[in-house]
Design a protein around this ligand. Structure first.
Ligand code: GLV
Ligand code: MN
Ligand code: MN
Length: 418
């Protein structure tokens, strides 16, 4: 058959998205499947059932990454696609899930049309992409590419105190396949944009050029608890006030620097957390991102300066711990061109853009030619149950994925990372 006219089955893709979203539902349209929870296990079991139903060979590695492969005409590493199925606690139904389910759909399309590929084709989901329960984000793919040892990863403590290795064993996903793994021959990930740019520009496909750098730091401020009514202002060592100042500084650094610098304080807890007690301790996180490594370091330094001067002026101690630090990544030129040409061949409007969110593809880019495809997010909303992508965009993205995988299968890959 004419491979260029091959299309995925949109109804089947949407049905699988709905079926997976029914596990760990959150506020009717959203999903809550934090990594390695019972809900994550249930989601994994369902996706693995779909993979098995297609007769794929399934491997589960020591960090719980699951890769399902259909053989090609020749042996060797697969052309791999996939993403993640864990979510933030208040997530939507498309983040990550789309990439995995579109990968399954494309393989089913190949099978039912009896299309053999030159190389094996694989679809995978990586453990704990979100990092919301066990930092850092992209943890499974980081271990997969050898960026963090399995032993270290298994020791990571969750925000709820659980230990990663124990949770992985508990849910039955500590597998025998080795990590780091043998790299795939190429990796391509379909994902929702999670930002407003495609919608603003009225484009259907984002040809992703790379991923911005990420810096996550946790601060623990230690002051002195005291009576809210009797303690004069100049005698306070108020951890709550200091945390608020760090949060304000994060915002101001991003505003001052402008460009692509963003800053978020997404967690903040006070102790003892009482109306009439000056807080003794505050714990907060700062998430900084930029496409330019030098500017990201500059933002980190500005926050550090503020933290140091607050220690001095407020008489508190501030401990800091890095939770995640990844430099910006530039995707492979050949994969970028394949995505761009595929979108154009399918008659879809497209634009080149960097990714604002972190993705497993940024880890895979360390070991093989890698790229990504974005589809629009309504109102640019994500990590929110109202995350939405129109059906026709989901299907368009999955067709770009299908045709890009076929093009990658046929291509002599240069493996040139920029
Ligand atoms: C992870 O997906 C992130 O971008 O925070
Ligand atoms: Mn994601
Ligand atoms: Mn996410």
């Amino acid at each position: 058959m004419d491979l260029q006219s091959l299309r995925i089955n949109g109804d089947r893709l949407i049905q699988r998205i709905e079926d997976l979203a029914a596990i760990g539902p959150y506020e009717s349209t959203g999903s809550c499947r934090l990594a390695l929870t019972d809900e994550d296990r249930e989601g994994r079991d369902l996706v693995v059932t779909w993979m098995k139903d297609l007769g794929l060979e399934i491997s589960i590695d020591g960090i719980g990454n699951v890769i399902a492969t259909r053989p090609g005409n020749i042996d060797g590493p697969p052309t791999l696609t996939g993403s993640h199925i864990d979510t933030v606690a208040t997530g939507g139904r498309y983040d990550g899930n789309l990439g995995v389910l579109a990968g399954i759909e494309l393989i089913e399309t190949l099978i039912e049309n009896e299309i053999d590929t030159q190389h094996p084709v694989g679809v995978g989901f990586f453990t704990d992409e979100e990092g919301a329960r066990f930092p850092p984000d992209m943890l499974g793919s980081l271990v997969y590419v050898g960026g963090l040892s399995l032993e270290e990863a298994l020791e990571i403590e969750a925000i709820d105190g659980a230990i990663l290795g124990e949770e992985l064993t508990r849910i039955g996903y500590r597998g025998p396949a080795p990590c780091p793994a043998i790299p795939p021959r190429a990796f391509i990930e379909l994902h929702i944009e999670q930002g407003p740019l495609l919608e603003d520009e009225g484009k259907t496909i984002g040809v992703v050029t790379g991923v911005q750098g990420i810096s996550w730091t946790e601060y623990v401020v230690k002051g002195q608890s005291n009576h809210a009514g009797t303690t004069p202002m100049h005698l306070r060592h108020d951890a709550g006030y200091v945390a608020a100042r760090i949060a304000t500084e994060a915002r101001e650094v991003a505003t001052r620097m402008g460009g692509r610098q963003v800053a978020t304080v997404g967690r903040m807890n006070l102790h003892p957390d009482l109306v009439n007690v000056v807080a003794r301790e505050a714990r907060l996180t700062v998430d900084l991102r930029n496409t330019d490594e030098t500017l990201l370091v500059e933002a980190e330094n500005q926050i550090k300066e503020c933290v140091n001067s607050l220690e001095e002026s407020e008489g508190v101690t501030i401990e800091s711990r890095s939770l995640a630090r990844f430099e910006p990544v530039v995707f492979d030129q050949q994969v970028i061109e394949i995505v761009s040409e595929t979108a154009s061949d399918l008659g879809l409007s497209a634009t080149h853009m960097p990714s604002g969110a972190g993705h497993d593809a940024q880890m895979l880019a360390r070991v093989c030619p890698t790229g990504m495809i974005f589809v629009p997010s309504k109102d640019g909303i994500s990590h929110n149950p109202n995350e939405h992508t129109d059906r026709e965009d989901l299907v368009a993205g999955a067709n770009v994925l299908l045709q890009s995988v076929l093009a990658l299968d046929a291509a002599e890959l240069q493996g040139t990372q920029q």
